[in-house]
Design a protein around this ligand. Structure first.
Ligand SMILES: Cc1cc2nc3c(=O)[nH]c(=O)nc-3n(C[C@H](O)[C@H](O)[C@H](O)COP(=O)(O)OP(=O)(O)OC[C@H]3O[C@@H](n4cnc5c(N)ncnc54)[C@H](O)[C@@H]3O)c2cc1C
Length: 637
């Protein structure tokens, strides 16, 4: 198989415009002859479904929540990037492109990243027009703040609720189309398989989560906007229900899975408090604008932070990276926090935490101005830890947060399966080995509002479609496979709960495939996951039946997929014998402990093909070319 990314030729600033012009259009009267299935109603899915319906296509939109508004995107706190340069601090499309390629440790496609930077301004305009209440400065202009990995302020925000406000905007656009009848919306549907007929993605099989019935939805193209798979680690900042099933089933039907090992560990999460926790809570990166990160200079110092004088504190990020200070990218900040704790400087009851301190900012400005910017985050911290961050520093520690890997897509956001599009966190583009903060919302909305609506038209206009009725063998086969799988899970009647297996998987993943990875640990992880998977299929206990609401059955299916994905993730991490971004192979580091890439051998996208159950997946490589931002050792000093 040759991977063709279909990157248009010509200078980088002109590629997207030229491509848009060269793509075939569907005439307005013909648009109503096509049906597009959009799975997921997060920022990517809601924006795509609304835009496609606005264009005149028939859209089927579904998600497993009771309302589109419940998608995980709602949790995003900090902000969304765009190089508007309102503040004249030197931002530009090119600088955003540059920062993103560099921030991703030179493992993303230049053409995609440039396009993302180009359309990001439109995303902000669109959201403002929808009424998203972005923060404004005193003159009424939209305000900006800075985020890690950039020396300019380009992050638009709505207090600490940016995702929620953006989702309300996209949701209203979607609701408008549901009201016109162009979007048929189905709540509480769990997509369990993709239907590929005559080589084209033509539909999906979904379980009605209330009645337990299997339903099929058929159309001309399928868009997966189903989010990330960070929950493979069990504990993560992701919504508890986020999972990999949709993309994993597509993988098993032939879609390639790219860069599964690129996982983002976020540096500012509330540390784990005990063994019975089911998720972790993020404290937005925006807090690093005003919060200073430090640990005591003395190992094992148990003094109250207020009693530790200034000269006995180590503001280690400011010391090690004077130019970027507390705003170094997430991979760098996470590794440094771990390093400090590993060396014995950690604070709090578990010693797996560092301080994020606002005392200076409050002194410099006022408690009110800090509350205005981050009030809801401070309240959240207070609720969870019973400590008041206005008075004492927050304790933070890195946690799994985002997955840069996902299904491989070309420049048109289409997977290698014709008609199967993948957008938002579910695909592998455009962040390379590390995502800069506030860039996921930007990418999800850019994909949904401004890229997919163009590229999917070209596919529809240039493709012949045969009728795929319910009686098509591909439909029966996908339904049958789903039914068998559910029956198999229910028949095991073992002794361990699905969650118990998930927790065990999470421990293997975090210990061996977490912030630091090495040859021995990865070999071990692959072996342990395979054994755990075998045990799962012998000893899981899924209570209830298939014919009604059954949360345990939902969970079991998702964990079965995580068990397979976890192994692919470890395999990919094992194969990639270099450190880059969120993938830190301990064998490959500079004398200063920074990630050391091996561009000669690994400057490619690793795209894995399912070769059949029990067989080793096949690796395909998409070579990455860097014409504009030449790879160099990343430095934030
Ligand atoms: C706590 C937190 C804070 C964050 N803050 C920021 C931030 O400030 N800025 C930023 O840029 N990024 C942030 N991120 C990342 C960002 O929120 C996500 O990457 C982004 O929202 C993902 O959007 P999405 O539309 O791709 O997926 P999601 O919002 O996860 O939506 C997935 C959708 O797919 C549906 N779905 C999934 N599987 C199925 C299935 N099998 N069947 C049916 N439906 C399915 C779900 O119901 C849901 O509707 C944050 C992430 C977290 C965890």
């Amino acid at each position: 198989m040759t991977l063709d990314a279909k990157i248009p030729s010509g200078p980088i600033e002109k590629k997207w415009d030229a491509h848009r012009f060269n793509m075939k259009l569907v005439n307005p009267a013909n648009k109503r002859k096509y049906t597009i299935i959009v799975v997921g109603t997060g920022l990517a899915g809601a924006s795509a479904a609304a835009s496609l319906a606005e264009l005149g296509y028939n859209v089927i939109s579904l998600c497993y929540h009771e309302s589109p508004r419940r998608a995980h995107s709602i949790a995003a706190q900090g902000g969304i990037n765009a190089p508007k340069n309102y503040t004249n601090d030197g931002d530009s499309v090119y600088r955003l492109f540059y920062d993103t390629v560099k921030g991703g440790d030179y493992r993303a496609r230049e053409a995609n990243v440039y396009r993302l930077a180009q359309v990001s301004g439109n995303v902000i305009d669109q959201c403002v027009a929808q009424g998203v209440p972005f923060g404004r400065e005193y003159g009424g202009m939209l305000d900006n703040r800075s985020f890690g990995g950039a020396q300019v302020s380009r992050t638009f925000y709505a207090r600490g609720q940016t995702g929620q406000q953006l989702l309300l905007g996209a949701y209203s656009a979607l609701a408008r189309q549901i009201n016109t009848g162009k979007v048929k919306y189905y709540a509480r549907r769990d997509m369990l398989d993709v239907i590929i007929a005559d080589g084209q993605a033509r539909g999906i099989v979904a379980r009605n989560l209330v009645t337990g019935e299997l339903e099929t939805y058929l159309g001309n193209a399928v868009v997966l906007a189903t989010g990330g798979y960070g929950n493979v680690f069990y504990l993560s900042t992701n919504a508890k229900a986020s999972n990999a099933t949709a993309i994993w089933r597509a993988y098993k039907r032939g879609a390639l899975f790219a860069n599964p090992c690129f996982t983002q560990i976020h540096p500012t999460c509330i540390p784990q408090a005990g063994d019975f926790q089911s998720k972790l809570t993020l404290m937005s990166e925006s807090l690093r604008n005003d919060g200073r990160i430090w640990v005591p200079k003395k190992k094992g110092d148990t003094r109250n932070p207020a009693d530790i004088p200034e000269d006995e504190r180590d503001y280690y990020l400011e010391r090690l990276y004077p130019s970027f200070g507390n705003l170094v990218p997430r991979d760098v900040a996470s590794r440094r926090a771990k390093d400090m704790c590993d060396k014995g400087y950690g604070v709090g009851p578990t010693k797996l935490a560092v301080y994020l301190d606002f005392a200076d900012a409050i002194k410099r400005t006022s408690k009110e101005s800090i509350a205005e910017k981050y009030g809801n985050l401070f309240d959240m911290y207070h609720e969870i830890t019973a400590e008041d961050p206005y008075k004492t520093p927050m304790r933070i520690y890195p946690a799994v947060h985002y997955t840069m890997g996902g299904l491989w897509v070309d420049y048109n956001l289409m997977s290698n399966v014709p008609g199967l599009y993948v957008i938002g966190e579910a695909n592998f583009s455009d962040h390379g080995a590390n995502r800069l903060g506030a860039s996921a919302l930007m990418q999800g909305l850019a994909d949904g509002y401004f890229i997919l609506p163009y590229t999917i038209g070209d596919y529809l206009a240039t493709t012949q479609f045969k009728a795929v009725p319910d009686a098509h063998p591909a439909v029966a086969e996908a339904r049958g496979a789903t039914q068998d799988r559910i029956a198999r899970l229910l028949a095991i009647k073992g002794k361990r709960t699905p969650d118990d297996f998930h927790k065990a998987l999470g421990q293997i993943m975090w210990n061996n495939v977490g912030m630091g990875r090495n040859e021995k640990g990865l070999q071990e992880a692959m072996k342990q996951i395979a054994a755990l998977r075998e045990e799962f299929w012998k000893d899981v206990n899924v209570v209830g039946t298939a014919g009604d609401l059954n949360a345990e059955l939902e969970r079991a299916g998702r964990i079965a997929d995580f068990l397979e994905l976890g192994e692919l993730l470890a395999r990919d991490a094992h194969y990639r014998e270099e450190s880059c971004g969120g993938h830190f192979r301990e064998e490959h580091q500079t004398d200063e402990g920074e990630a050391q890439r091996n561009d000669k051998k690994f400057s490619y996208v690793a795209a894995w093909e399912h070769a059949g159950d029990g067989k080793e997946p096949k690796l395909h490589k998409e070579q990455l070319e860097f014409e504009y931002v030449k790879p160099s050792q990343r430095s934030y000093k």
